[in-house]
Design a protein around this ligand. Structure first.
Ligand SMILES: *[C@@H]1O[C@H](CO)[C@@H](O)[C@H](O)[C@H]1NC(C)=O
Ligand SMILES: *[C@@H]1O[C@H](CO)[C@@H](O)[C@H](O)[C@H]1NC(C)=O
Length: 282
């Protein structure tokens, strides 16, 4: 039997509850489109993918240093700890910004508030993560989704990041082939590419670009993602590598999730206390 109040509930559901449910999603669920490998241009795809731009005044000249970041929580992005800790705090706050491209051709900028490097940075490895806090009041796009469990995929793995090969920052995507940790380590030992263990992340995933051989190198902040579930999921965070065609290490994000959660979810009234605690740990 069809009663008017049933109809009303359907209207309420579609007009109010459904959009609300969508907005409550805390990460970017946008469905996949078929993407060509290589340079995607200044596209709005991967809105959570950004760069940190730092203005360095050297005498009269101005240099802009860039490192890749990825938005993982409202107002927090992951960056390479070694890159971020080289930036003096006053330059970080006054002369640096985060750039994302949430809409095609329309970069969005935010000033920066603070950063916290993971405590293993000082004693274990240079290649760990830092959390960068954005100063913007509102961020017009959502963070990347994380898998709720450790993910192992060899068919739907990609590296995404930015390139400046055409004099402006554009997004790129490469198809990755997964390699086991053992094979990866063996490769590095045989090739003698790395000398110090301080350049090896404590937890990593490994892969190489299947189709790209020339003029391609990984930068800090390339992001290893998988779309096995139909949503882009953060797997690992890239570090400067020998070239896309050889096995490269990416910092495994899964093991850092508890640290990211606890560092970003403490109420702001405890902010100062937390930072002091973090500093004495280091
Ligand atoms: C993942 O993305 C690629 C590139 O756009 C696409 O070809 C593939 O079908 C996607 N896989 C899934 C499971 O959605
Ligand atoms: C991940 O998958 C690859 C290929 O499917 C497999 O060789 C490897 O053993 C798996 N690793 C883990 C930790 O399950």
């Amino acid at each position: 039997m069809c009663r008017p109040e049933h109809f009303l509930w359907i209207v309420v559901f579609y007009l109010y509850l459904l959009p609300m449910l969508y907005c409550l999603q805390s990460c970017e669920m946008a469905a996949n489109r078929l993407l060509q490998e290589g340079n995607l241009g200044e596209t709005g795809t991967f809105p959570w993918l950004g760069v940190l731009r730092v203005h360095l005044h050297e005498g009269d000249s101005l240099k802009i240093a860039v490192t890749g970041i990825v938005l993982v929580k409202d107002k927090y992005a992951i960056a390479n700890a070694d890159d971020v800790s080289r930036i003096p705090k006053h330059v970080f706050r006054d002369d640096s910004q985060a750039m994302f491209v949430p809409t095609a051709g329309k970069p969005w900028y935010s000033r920066l508030k603070d950063y916290i490097t993971h405590f293993e940075y000082d004693y274990a490895t240079f290649h760990t993560i830092a959390l960068v806090e954005l100063a913007a009041d509102e961020i017009p796009f959502k963070p990347i989704c994380w898998p709720g469990y450790s993910f192992n995929t060899s068919t739907d793995l990609y590296a995404v990041g930015y390139t400046d090969e055409r004099q402006l920052l554009e997004k790129v995507i490469y198809k990755l082939q997964y390699i086991s940790q053992e094979m990866c380590t063996e490769f590095y030992q045989r090739s003698g590419l790395l000398s110090s263990t301080k350049y090896i992340p404590t937890h990593f995933q490994c892969g190489f670009a299947v189709n790209y051989r020339e003029n391609c190198a990984w930068d800090n902040g390339m992001v290893m993602v998988s779309n096995t579930t139909g949503t882009w999921m953060l797997i690992a965070f890239g570090i400067q590598g020998p070239g896309c065609a050889v096995p490269s290490r990416f910092i495994d994000i899964f093991t850092y999730l508890p640290w990211i959660q606890s560092t970003t979810s403490i109420e702001s009234v405890y902010d100062d206390f937390r930072k002091k605690a973090v500093h004495t740990l280091q």
